[in-house]
Design a protein around this ligand. Structure first.
Ligand SMILES: [Mg+2]
Length: 361
């Protein structure tokens, strides 16, 4: 099989409302933005798709670097092409949230060629997994408690907070939420790098006292040493490695130094399905968990293929909040049907994104 065409179709996308704030004194996550769909056509009549953020920048990468690299290549040679992206990265220093896009489209092609959903081509491990409700930043502790009630009523068995980014206020939220939902609901906390070491220690100890299951990325992940010092001062499990560059090549140090209780893995920040599975297997070598980051079909496939993972991250927003379409009334996500990633099954209901019509069979 050979790649015959590489196209990029820009798409306007809404943001989250309310947004993710993550820390004091910052505006938080995007409003609406321009994303992109990558399209890879082949001489076998199979077309692969993948979604990219920051569409204008991604299109520039494709126009200057990727198109000429990929046309004429065998799309089933995913390992080779994954390494080529990292070679080009040395020249370009791609945004870490864009190194995965080609890999996802190549797995879409490979799984379609095998007439399988991606997770079965990766090596399926399960067919369903519980989802946790992963919140945006609501306005007050009272609103968070109301949202927790809504999430539990909709079937979600566990809740993760993206809170105010204020160590004292977030500690109080954790305490109030635990008292509100009782001892049996698993709670997690995602700091999204909002803190320095002193505040991260304070909040980590408070969340431990409130029985939180994990403490995710409280500081920027530039310094393993800073995390080592944090680990010496808190007892709460640390889930790390969501945003470091270099996929398994950086995740390795979080595991080998003993800093991370569990590693983060994802398609969209960790090098696609190929990078995500490398991280999962690396973690498994040390009997660590590799928790899948982020929602959507790609994450659902990873959740079905990775043995050492425990939850699917289902982002919730709005008030009243809605249950994500991929999650059922019991709070479980299921193996996407495919073939491939299965974007076409979603588009059959929601409509094909504008500009992709000619590529969707
Ligand atoms: Mg996170």
């Amino acid at each position: 099989m050979k790649i015959t065409n590489v196209d990029v179709v820009l798409e306007e996308r809404p943001g989250f409302s309310p947004s993710f704030v993550w820390r004091k004194n910052l505006p938080g996550s995007d409003g609406s933005s321009t994303g992109a769909w990558l399209v890879i056509e082949t001489d076998a009549g199979i077309t692969g798709f993948a979604s990219a953020p920051r569409g204008v920048i991604f299109k520039d990468y494709v126009d200057r670097r990727f198109r000429s690299e990929f046309i004429g290549q065998d799309p089933l040679m995913r390992e080779y092409l994954w390494e080529r992206v990292w070679e080009l990265d040395r020249i370009e220093r791609f945004a870490p949230n864009m190194t995965h896009v080609f890999d996802v489209a190549l797995w879409d092609i490979g799984a379609k060629a095998a007439n399988l959903p991606v997770y079965k081509l990766l090596g399926g491990y399960r067919d369903s997994l519980p989802a946790y409700a992963s919140t945006v930043t609501y306005s007050s502790i009272e609103e968070f408690l109301d949202i927790a009630d809504q999430a539990l009523a909709l079937g979600y068995p566990a809740i993760k907070l993206h809170a105010f980014g204020d160590a004292k206020k977030d500690a109080l939220l954790g305490e109030k939420l635990r008292a509100h939902v009782g001892d049996d609901v698993p709670l997690m906390y995602d700091g999204s790098a909002g803190f320095d070491l002193e505040d991260a220690v304070y909040l980590g100890n408070a969340l431990y006292d409130s029985g939180f299951a994990w403490y995710e990325e409280p500081m920027r992940e530039f310094s393993i040493t800073a995390y080592k010092w944090l680990g010496q001062r808190v007892k709460i499990p640390l889930l790390l490695g969501e945003v470091t560059d270099g996929a398994h090549m950086s995740a390795g140090d979080f595991a080998a130094t003993g800093v991370a209780t569990s590693l983060r893995t994802s398609t969209f920040l960790r090098g696609g399905f190929t990078g995500a599975m490398r991280i999962a297997h690396l973690a498994d070598a040390y009997h660590l968990r590799a928790e899948v980051h982020g929602m959507g079909l790609e994450s659902a496939h990873l959740c079905m293929a990775i043995k050492n993972t425990t939850y699917y991250e289902s982002l919730i927003w709005g008030n009243p909040m809605k249950r994500e379409a991929l999650v059922d009334a019991q709070g479980n996500v299921h193996g996407p049907k495919g073939p491939g990633v299965g974007y076409e099954t979603i588009w059959a209901q929601s409509g094909v994104p504008k500009g992709l019509e000619k590529y969707v069979k």
